[in-house]
Write a protein that binds this ligand. Structure first.
Ligand code: ZN
Length: 194
């Protein structure tokens, strides 16, 4: 915002009319500082810093990946002094959703964030496409086959064989299915593609 100092000492910022009524002007001198950042505001962490903190918050169901790996944190922004974190649940009814919100709040408050609001955004709906590549790699290293567009695991996360078969539609949590490798005979979870 540009500010123009008139000869009379009145500061006029863009979009603001000069003071009307003549005689009032002198009383406003010095009443407004130059537009800019309030003194305390420079101390607040940047949204990049917030993202790195959220990177460290594990998914409560699969702690090997973080909430940002999962792709459910949609936005981090300040509105005034309040930090707004927008979260899209993996799917409505997932029992982990309230735990996730609590974990986000606990983590950010632990870093000194006091004014915090969590917003739930249901549309567009989360899909496994939002999972990061590093998240997929971590899942596989952990023994869980990452979601595939084909609707089933690409290969056994233990031995890499493509000889896999579905055992149960539901694994250890509702968002996973239980599969088995017919090469190494190990069962494994498949993160269902939604
Ligand atoms: Zn195998």
């Amino acid at each position: 915002m540009a500010a123009t100092r008139l000869s009379g000492g009145v500061v006029v910022t863009d979009g603001q009319r000069p003071t009307e009524g003549g005689g009032e002007a002198p009383s406003r001198r010095g009443g407004r500082g130059l537009p800019g950042v309030p003194p305390g505001e420079t101390l607040r962490p940047s949204t990049d810093t917030i993202w790195t903190w959220l990177d460290a918050v594990p998914d409560p169901e699969i702690p090997v990946i973080s909430l940002t790996d999962l792709g459910i944190i949609r936005d981090v922004a300040y509105e005034g002094d309040t930090l707004i974190v927008t979260v899209t649940p993996t799917y409505s009814g997932c029992p982990a959703t309230s735990i996730i919100n609590l974990d986000i709040e606990t983590a950010l408050r632990g870093h000194g964030i006091e004014q915090l609001e969590l917003r739930r955004q249901l549309s567009p709906a989360w899909t496994t496409d939002w999972m990061t590549q590093s998240g997929r790699d971590k899942l596989e290293a952990y023994g869980i086959a990452p979601p595939q567009p084909a609707g089933g695991p690409e290969k056994c996360p233990h031995c890499g064989s493509q000889a896999v078969e579905k055992m149960s539609q539901f694994g250890s949590t509702p968002c996973k299915a239980q599969w088995r490798c017919t090469a190494c005979l190990e069962p494994f979870d498949y993160f269902k593609c939604i």
